[in-house]
Design a protein around this ligand. Structure first.
Ligand code: A2P
Length: 408
C-alpha cells in the first residue's frame, strides 16, 4: 500500500486523489481524476496530473521549454492513444492532433506486431509505436481507434474497462443503439449519452450528409439518391500503394496482379469491394450509408439509395447526389444555406466549369460542394442535384474523430 502511495506521489500532489487511490483502488481514483479534470476544463481552472503511475518519468510533449502556466494546463490534458497509428487514417490522426494543437498530456501509438518499435514523428519528436496488447490502455483517457472492425471489437471494450473513452473509426459499433454515431456539425448532442464508445461514421456518410444537414433543417429531405466515386484511401495504405504500383506497371506495360483490391485498379473502376447483401443486392458500403444517414439525422423515415464505386483516385471521395425535399426548393436557396454552413465550402463556378474535384479536396478540412442545380426529373420543384468532394482521410475519418475528441 505504502509503495503504491509512493508511486502516486511521484506523479501527483493532489492529496484527495492520493487518498482515493489508497482507499478505493486505482479504478476509482482514475474516475475521480477524470471528474476533476472535466470540472477544471469546464471552469477553465488548471488541475494536477491524473493518477497514472506508469507515467512517472515520461516526458510530456515539449516540457522543457514550457512555462509554468503551460505546464499546469498540460497537466489537465488527457493521455491520448492512437490504435492503428501506422495506417492511412492513423497518420492523419497524428497530423490533425498536431495541427489543431489538441491539448494532450501524452500521446501513445499502437499498431500490430509488424510495426512495434517503428518511430513516428509528433510535434517534432520521434515517438515509438508499441504493439497493441490487452493491457495497452492503462492510463489512457481518450483512445482513437482506426485498425479495422475486428481490432475494435476485441480491444475497444478493454479500453473502456481501463477508463478510456473510445472514438472508433470502424464499423464495429456504429449501429449499436447504445453508441452515439456523431458528425459534430450535425448531432453533437448525441455525445452526451455515450457510455465509453463513440462511433465515427462511414466516410461516405460523413462526406455526403454534412452539406445536406442545413438543407434538411430548413426543408426536410424525404429522399436521397447518391452515387459515389471512392478513392483508394478508404481501403487503407496498402490499397493506395496498389493504385500507385499498378498504374506504374500499366504505364510501363508490365503485368500486375492485384493484392489488396479484387480487380485491376489502374485506369479502371469497379463496384465497391464489400460483400453483397443477398436480400437487397446492395453492398455493405451502400447499406452503411443508408443506415448511418438515418441514425445521424435522427430520422428513420428518410429514404436513401446509394451506389458505391471505387475509382482510381488516391485520397478524396466524390459523390453525385440528388435529394427531394418536403417543399419546393431552388438552387439559390441551397447555395445560400451552404454558404455559411460549417465544414463546407462552395465550389460552384459554372462560367469556368469549375466544380468540386478530389484533387482540390485532398488535404482540405472542408467538404467541397457545387454543381447545385434543380433536379429536372422532378417537375414539382422539390428536388436538387449537386456534386461533392471531401478528403476521405480527413473529414471522412481522422478530422471528424479529432473534432469529436475536442468536444469531450
Ligand atoms: P500495422 O501497420 O502494424 O499493420 P490501413 O487502414 O492503412 O490498412 O491501416 C491499418 C492500421 O491498423 C495499421 O496501423 C495497422 O498496423 C493496424 N492494425 C491492423 N491490424 C492490427 C491488429 N491486429 N492490432 C493492432 N493494430 C492493427
Amino acid at each position: 500500500m505504502a509503495a503504491m502511495a509512493g508511486r502516486v506521489k511521484s506523479v501527483t500532489e493532489n492529496p484527495r486523489l492520493q487518498q482515493c487511490y489508497v482507499t478505493h483502488g486505482e479504478a476509482a481514483a482514475r474516475a475521480a481524476a477524470a471528474r476533476t479534470r472535466a470540472q477544471a476544463r469546464a471552469t477553465g481552472e488548471a488541475t494536477l496530473c491524473p493518477l497514472q503511475p506508469q507515467n512517472a518519468g515520461i516526458i510530456v510533449c515539449g516540457s522543457s521549454r514550457r512555462s509554468m502556466v503551460n505546464e499546469r494546463a498540460a497537466n489537465t490534458a488527457p493521455v491520448v492513444g492512437v490504435v492503428g497509428a501506422t495506417g492511412a487514417v492513423g497518420v492523419e490522426l497524428l497530423r490533425c492532433l498536431e495541427q489543431r494543437r489538441f491539448p494532450l498530456a501524452q500521446l501513445r501509438l499502437f499498431a500490430s506486431t509488424r510495426s512495434a518499435g517503428r518511430k513516428l514523428v509528433f510535434r517534432g519528436e520521434p515517438l515509438e509505436v508499441r504493439e497493441l496488447r490487452e493491457d495497452s490502455f492503462h492510463g489512457v483517457d481518450i483512445a482513437l481507434f482506426s485498425a479495422g472492425a475486428a481490432t475494435s471489437r476485441r480491444f475497444a471494450p478493454l479500453a473502456v474497462q481501463a477508463g478510456a473513452t473510445v472514438i472508433d473509426n470502424s464499423s464495429a459499433f456504429r449501429m449499436d443503439p447504445a453508441v452515439p454515431l456523431v458528425v459534430p456539425e450535425i448531432n453533437p448532442q448525441a455525445l452526451r449519452s455515450h457510455q465509453g464508445i463513440i462511433a465515427n461514421p462511414n466516410c461516405c456518410a460523413i462526406i455526403s450528409i454534412t452539406p445536406l444537414w442545413p438543407v434538411h433543417r430548413a426543408n426536410r429531405i424525404l429522399r436521397l439518391l447518391l452515387a459515389t466515386y471512392q478513392s483508394a484511401s478508404g481501403a487503407g495504405a496498402a490499397a493506395m500503394e496498389e493504385l500507385r504500383e499498378s498504374t506504374r506497371a500499366c504505364l510501363e506495360g508490365r503485368e500486375y496482379t492485384p493484392r489488396v483490391l479484387p480487380h485491376p485498379y489502374a485506369f479502371n473502376l469497379f463496384s465497391h469491394n464489400t460483400r453483397i447483401d443477398p436480400a437487397t443486392g446492395y453492398n455493405d458500403e451502400e447499406l452503411k450509408v443508408i443506415q448511418e444517414t438515418r441514425k445521424i439525422f435522427g430520422d428513420p423515415t428518410i429514404r436513401v439509395s446509394a451506389t458505391c464505386v471505387r475509382v482510381p483516385v488516391l485520397r478524396a471521395h466524390s459523390m453525385a447526389i440528388s435529394f427531394e425535399c418536403e417543399r419546393p426548393i431552388s438552387p439559390d436557396v441551397v447555395r445560400e444555406l451552404l454558404r455559411s454552413a460549417p465544414g463546407v465550402q462552395l465550389v460552384d463556378d459554372a462560367e469556368r466549369n469549375y466544380f468540386p474535384m478530389p484533387k482540390d479536396a485532398s488535404g482540405q478540412d472542408a467538404i467541397l460542394v457545387g454543381r447545385i442545380r434543380q433536379d429536372l426529373s422532378d417537375p414539382s420543384g422539390r428536388s436538387i442535384a449537386l456534386f461533392v468532394a471531401g478528403d476521405q482521410l480527413l473529414k471522412g475519418a481522422a478530422l471528424n474523430a479529432v473534432q469529436i475528441a475536442e468536444r469531450l
